[in-house]
Unconditional design. Structure first.
Length: 297
């Protein structure tokens, strides 16, 4: 699943590409991916001009110019395997979860996994593909938008996510640290990869009982989360087999991963290499979890 750095990378690319473009039509091929009325979505979006592409956690928000006094925002959640492709005469942008850009999309046609197609007045197309169909689109007004956004915890790269805040959400929690960090209502945007990476950097095991972290550890973890997410955005996210960024390029963060997907390999910390300490993989609440048993406690 694309996490905060990957969704932010897509957001930045789409914001540049779509800002100021007017939607001429929306084709909903798979209505089940639309929350609410698919017909309503089609009707309301025709003629709307994109004001900005925003993000909250892993959710993308398409905001429109308020020319007709309506205050609608389109929510797009890529979930596990959602992909957005933008194609104009000048550019081909791909973002989210996906391998190569499908040939049909390159040629401006939907392929077998295309569920929605937005056409803009200049002839450019934004297509949504999703193999597993867990993603969704929802057109919301101001009240529903507020409700959706309020359900998210603080954005980890803003001032509202402080070391004190992190300490406070770990306090008294008997569950694994990882479960707390994956809970979008406590912290927005972090997923499996970045929990493992931040925990390694902070030298704490993701399966540690949250309430058992010392204040020094939770402060270290706070710094690690901010550092990892910032670095990942700078590198346009993490790509394994299937994440491509807004230009169809693979994210550069994969080569910087220290534990995620590295089970059986030596830990890169000098002290661990000396001891031949090997990265282990276990599961926490059904999620594959990577750590070094030598430097993480
Ligand atoms: Zn280690």
């Amino acid at each position: 699943m694309p996490e905060l750095p990957e969704v932010e990378t897509v957001r930045r690319d789409l914001n540049k590409a779509l800002k100021g473009k007017t939607i001429s039509s929306v084709r909903v091929i798979t209505p089940s991916l639309v929350r609410g009325s698919a017909r309503g979505l089609t009707q309301h979006l025709a003629g709307k001009k994109v004001a900005a592409v925003r993000r909250r956690g892993k959710l993308l928000l398409l905001a429109f110019n308020k020319t007709d006094k309506t205050d609608l925002v389109l929510l797009i959640h890529l979930k596990m395997t959602g992909q957005l492709f933008y194609r104009s005469r000048q550019a081909l942008i791909a973002g989210g979860h996906g391998q190569e850009v499908p040939d049909d999309i390159v040629q401006g046609k939907p392929d077998k996994h295309t569920h929605l197609v937005f056409e803009f007045q200049d002839g450019s197309l934004l297509s949504y593909n999703d193999v597993r169909k867990f993603g969704y689109f929802e057109l919301v007004g101001a009240d529903r938008l507020r409700e959706v956004l309020e359900a998210y915890g603080p954005e980890p790269l803003t001032g509202s996510f402080t070391a004190d805040y992190l300490t406070s959400i770990l306090r008294g929690r008997r569950t694994a640290l990882k479960n707390i960090l994956l809970n979008q209502s406590l912290v927005a945007g972090i997923g499996n990869i970045y929990v493992d990476e931040a925990s390694w950097r902070a030298r704490v095991r993701p399966m540690r009982r949250a309430e058992r972290l010392s204040k020094a550890e939770s402060e270290r973890l706070h710094r690690a989360i901010v550092w990892i997410l910032t670095l990942a955005i700078k590198n346009r996210g993490t790509t394994f087999s299937n994440y491509v960024d807004g230009h169809g390029r693979r994210g550069g963060f994969a080569q910087l991963l220290k534990v995620y997907g590295r089970e059986g390999k030596l830990c890169s910390r000098a002290e661990c290499r000396q001891q031949r300490a090997v990265i282990k993989k276990t599961t926490v609440n059904g999620r594959g979890t990577h750590y070094c048993p030598h430097c993480q406690v």
